[in-house]
Design a protein around this ligand. Sequence first.
Ligand code: HDE
Length: 713
Amino acid sequence: MAAQPGPPDDTSPGTDDKQRQLDAVRVDLTGSELTTDQGVRVDHTDDALKAGERGPTLLEDFHAREKLTRFDHERIPERVVHARGAGAYGYFQPYDDRLVPYTVAEFLADPSVRTPVFVRFSTVAGSRGSADTVRDVRGFATKFYTQQGNYDLVGNNIPVFFIQDGIKFPDLVHALKPEPHNEIPQAQAAHDTFWDFVGQQPETLHMVMWLISDRALPRSYRMMQGFGVHTFRLVNAEGKGTFVKFHWTPVLGTHSLVWDEAQKIAGKDPDYNRRDLWDAIERGHHPEYELGVQLVAEEDEFAFDFDLLDATKIIPEEVVPVQPVGRLTLNRNPDNFFAETEQVAFHTANLVPGIDFTNDPLLQFRNFSYLDTQLIRLGGPNFPQIPVNSPVVPVTNNQRDGYHQHLIHKGRTSYSENALSDGYPEIAGPGPDVFSHYQEKVEGHKIRRRSNSFLDFTSQATLFWNSMSEPERKHIVAAFQFELGRVTDRSVRATVVDRLNHVDHELAVLVARGIGGPEPPAAVVDNHGRSSPALSQLSTAMESAATRQVAVLVADGVDGAGVSRLVAWLREHQVVPELLAPSDGTVHTVEGDDLTVDRAITTMASVLYDGVVVPCGPDSVRALADNGYAMHFIAEAYKHHKPVAAFGTGVDLLDQPWVSASLARDGAGVVVDQGVVTTPVAGEDLATEFAEALRAELARHRAWERPTDAVPA
Ligand code: HDE
């Protein structure tokens, strides 16, 4: 990863433009008195006006009517897709001026410019109240409030899309969403209509491979990639274009949950990803992502064995490297979910000078759809005036009326050209700050036909499969078995298996076996054998354990000195430890002190932590051994391949038939095996080496080499 720009410098141009603008509309009710919407103070708000204490309620109670009317109208339509989301403010800053030869977009190419942003992460299929950790694509939409107007990069955490042409989007979404007759199932693809669609539309296969992989279960919005998906165009000062693909890469690495864990979290804490983002920002652990670009000269448009305009294809990073160009930092939570996260409106056609479209037929539809949906969702054409949506630069045009106009435009002309207002607002002269559409020569017949260059549906699905590590492959097979196992129509299952047989024969066979279906007879195509190592999550950054959450299980009699040493060391390294005990409050340490507990074990679960530690203390360890919930906690963390650590007598608790890792015994130092970190040493003598080994295991996320099938959790 490239060098970071210097430490935050709040005097950089643009840093606080958006926050200053929002401060003007932020409302703080501290010290205020209750009024009606008309600003009239009221003397009572608990009982409506009635004719007699037990009599009918009177229509003239304007305060009661207003309160109920406002309540009746406080819902707006949820987004038709990406309904559930979480947002945050921050800023973006380029590392250097390396993009100057390619684009006049100042926010991308001028390292002295820090551009405020709002980012909204989302799931796609579920409704607003659904769970965060479902198997799904995640949205990663960024609004850049630039000095040339708003630019929106409305991306996903998967670099390709299901379909090639936007006309199929309603079909795709209807197949994915709950089935129309009974509205089941919520927020998941594991049902007949989605897989029927996949079977009918082989162009979905590449993205299906990503959806069925660990990518669809991000551990955190702070630990997932983002992609612009389409090939866009950068345009330089001479009007010359360069094709570009945008990539966001999280500084903490790209990490996922395992499926069993994701399902359990959906019940234990449906807000898991949303809470994680919120808490990290509140704690000062600001999420960071590097923006990278893949650049392709226009002359090389046809240099690939796929079409750059086809959104079901990636450009493998080994073919065109991703160049790091800048960094996004999220440092502020919204004040009000509805006002900001719900009302934010992203649009692929929100462009600034220096960036333009290509003829990708999916992108062309998006350029229509976002504005269209926002007109109904936000109730009319003035939604760009909603504070989270408004640019930080003046909006000066002749667009006036419509619902919810908030401004008062003076003057008698609202048309161009006019002489009465001296021609204002006037057309800006040509220049890098003025948007001018990229001039592309096009000619052709009006036809409804797919280009032949779009018709290879399987090569990159195979590339993805070939690029996966062993554990990732296992997860993919299990996920197909789960999803197709939920499909009730056997012919739909068989059609999908047949499609997979065009991706990789072994994959199709493994999937068919797991769902009790007939195995495909023979390979239909030879696997091309190519792979792209960058696609495996095992190639992600694994240096940092910062912001990871670790449960330390304690009970009366725990080794207070050892726990304090460990907790202090972890905090110093930005790991977030929490002390969990059989009940909330305090536990007595072996030294006779009171140790404050963060939470009761029963209010939490191992799936909400990245790792678990069992400290020393004979009484404490005995109490945990007798507590089925605590033992389940440890077994479940172990089953999910998480780092499990123990010191002193805590190691005894890991002496279980299902633990295959070797444990440290008397005389040993620190033993690390299969992600299990143990040492017989405790108290003041607990070595930094133990904490360091735990940190390294947290950083590598999961110990995939650990066998876990037999773990009863
Ligand atoms: Fe979207 N998409 N989309 N989409 N999309 C929407 O816009 C649409 C596509 C994406 O946090 C909607 O305001 C069409 C690709 C994100 O507010 C809607 C097509 C990618 C978000 C819409 C696509 C996305 C949306 C619903 C195919 C990744 C959430 C509400 C032609 C590059 C933004 C709204 C937020 C939201 C249409 C395909 C990403 C209906 C027609 C490809 C992240 O306008």
